[in-house]
Design a protein around this ligand. Sequence first.
Ligand code: NAD
Length: 360
Amino acid sequence: MVIGILKEQNFNRVSLAPSASKKLAGMGLEAVIESGAGEKSGFGDHLYTDNSFTILTRIEVLSKSDIVLSIAPISDDELSKMKNGAIYISMFAPYQNAEIISHLSKFPLNVISMDMIPRTTLAQSMDILSSMASLSGYKAVLKAADHYNNMFPMMMTAAGTIPPTKVMILGAGVAGLQAIATAKRLGAVVEAFDTRAAAKEEVMSLGANFVEVDGAADDKGAGGYAIQQSDEYLAKQRALVQERALKSNIIIATAQVRGRKAPLLVTEDTIDNMKPGSVIVDLAASTGGNCAYTENNRTVIKNGVIIIGNSDLSDELNGVASTLYSNNVINFLQIVVKDGKASLNEENEIIKSALISKVN
Ligand code: NAD
């Protein structure tokens, strides 16, 4: 059985690292890869050939593989060039794109969406959303520090004392917690907002201040995910965010509710009154952003406040992001492939949840 890796068209990452070769061999898989697929991540073709991968053209990878891997979904034209009954593994975000599942059902393929793997302890090693969010949270703080015209730690010098930078984190999920840890390491004073009751302890354990807004909807039944809050709650939260934002220098915005538009937490009025030179990194940009002026994949400046809209900062850490993505995929394949044969057994909760379209 052949597994084929495609070169990403718009990402710097690659879906499988050369180091995966031993595990692939252990599963009885023969590996082929599109020429140049790993180059941007520091994995030249020679590293793949040294690890028993065969270098092919894109069309050869598509037509010869029984399992095809890419991070971003490929075009319909390319889907139709794959073998009948092949397994295609990518990220389709069906919770943001309801039509995608019925669209994919037109192709004779078994389609796995890695972002549908359940966020359970058992599936933790395959959780691509967590791997990538964690890197994005780290990079968001570095990016903010780089755009900020001041330094993070308090510093006492003969020329005067520099106060520490104040960082506010909106949303203390995977990305937000990594952002807190990174900002703390750089010496900032950090505070965070989240609607989930469980977030408070996690934020405090990282040494940050947790800002509570009364009246959050009970999220006990949501499996660890955030739920949509009432308009009244969000208005109250926006007022408190504004109060704190005016004292902050950096905002890292990560608040999202799966399948919905991101909550608007930083209004135009808030930004118009913030200190010029402040920096906002909005990781929720692709779902509308937490900040009124956010533009996805663009940096804008309003009232001297720099607003960076980017939900995919892990792609700027493409070496490590490719390695983690690769590890997540390999861990998933190990429950699917044995002795060179693939079985998509839907009695397995992880497979059932990730298999978004199948050959009947
Ligand atoms: P996410 O990216 O969907 O959202 C980021 C954060 O924004 C969440 O913490 C959410 O509560 C918060 N948020 C939503 N609305 C908000 C608002 N109005 N104000 C402030 N914050 C708001 O979340 P995620 O990082 O993907 O994590 C989602 C959940 O899944 C978390 O509880 C996380 O701990 C859990 N999780 C569990 C596992 C596991 O058990 N294996 C793995 C990963 C994540």
